[in-house]
Structures are given as structure tokens and as C-alpha cells.
Write a new protein. Structure first.
Length: 156
């Protein structure tokens, strides 16, 4: 699937904020897996924590109670002054949730039959149908219509 045009570099390892290609050239990792994994690379404490967790349990569904996830949610709520945390598997899922929350707020608290959401021109919000509809790039949206209504594009 030609989702992304791959760049001509092949990373072999990472250390902190640095990635190294097969020729040992260093690159500053400013992308962090498209903002999904910003823990850096090969930090011994992170690697040990991941290995320890993998020895116990790799993944369970959110259908079940997850002690460490609940502790993290409580900590995040305390730090931010918010009452809830919502964990996502991707940026598209996070944006999809934000769109749903904004629309629900418009319906429930503002009495709007068709809430509108402002999005930026030339933006990218994900590849689900809702996040693609919010994306401000017609080239990326091409061939996926009809898109969902309810978005107003404005310049940066």
C-alpha cells in the first residue's frame, strides 16, 4: 500500500535522540515514529522496564482492568488537573476521539444539530475516514469521498 513514500535511509540502531544508518551516520530523531514513540532509543531503564513487562504480560484489551495503566491515568490526571485520561493506539485514534468529543460537546452542551470543527488548511490528521475528512490536504483525500461533513478549514 503506497501510504508513505519511503526515504532513502535505513536505520540500524538508536541512542537517545539519535538514529544511526547502516553507514553509522547520525540523524536527530525529530519524528519519533510520527510522534508515537518519543521515549528515545535504547535507554537502559526504558529497555529494562519493557523487558520486565514483556516477561509478565505483553498486552491485554481495555476490556479488562490494567493496574499500571490506571496508575498512569491517575498520575496524568493529577499533573494536568483533568479528571480523565484516554489512551490511544495511534494519532488517528486520538484525533478520532477528539472529533467525537467535540461533536458530543456541541450536541449535548451547546444544543447544536450539526456542530462544526475548525481545522487548518494543509493539515494532516490521520487516515481514518473522519480524520481524513478533517485533513486539509485535497491530494491526500483524493479518491476517498464522499468525506464526512462538519469541518471548516482556515489558514494558519
Amino acid at each position: 500500500m503506497p501510504t508513505y513514500r519511503r526515504l532513502p535511509v535505513r536505520f540500524q540502531r538508536g541512542e537517545g535522540v539519535w538514529l544511526y544508518d547502516e553507514n553509522n551516520h547520525a540523524y536527530l530523531d525529530a519524528l519519533s515514529g510520527i510522534a508515537v514513540c518519543n521515549l528515545g532509543h535504547a535507554h537502559p531503564r526504558v529497555a529494562d522496564a519493557l523487558a520486565d513487562q514483556a516477561r509478565r504480560l505483553i498486552h491485554t484489551s481495555n476490556l479488562y482492568q490494567i493496574d499500571l495503566q490506571e496508575q498512569l491515568a491517575e498520575r496524568l490526571a493529577t499533573l494536568t488537573g483533568m479528571s480523565n485520561a484516554f489512551f490511544c493506539n495511534s494519532g488517528a485514534e486520538a484525533n478520532e476521539a477528539a472529533i467525537k468529543l467535540a461533536r458530543r460537546f456541541g450536541h449535548v452542551y451547546k444544543g447544536l444539530a450539526q456542530p462544526l470543527i475548525l481545522v487548518m488548511e494543509k493539515s494532516f490528521h490521520g487516515r481514518t475516514l473522519a480524520t481524513l475528512s478533517a485533513t486539509g490536504n485535497s491530494r491526500i483525500q483524493e479518491h476517498f469521498g464522499p468525506l464526512l461533513p462538519g469541518f471548516i478549514r482556515v489558514p494558519y
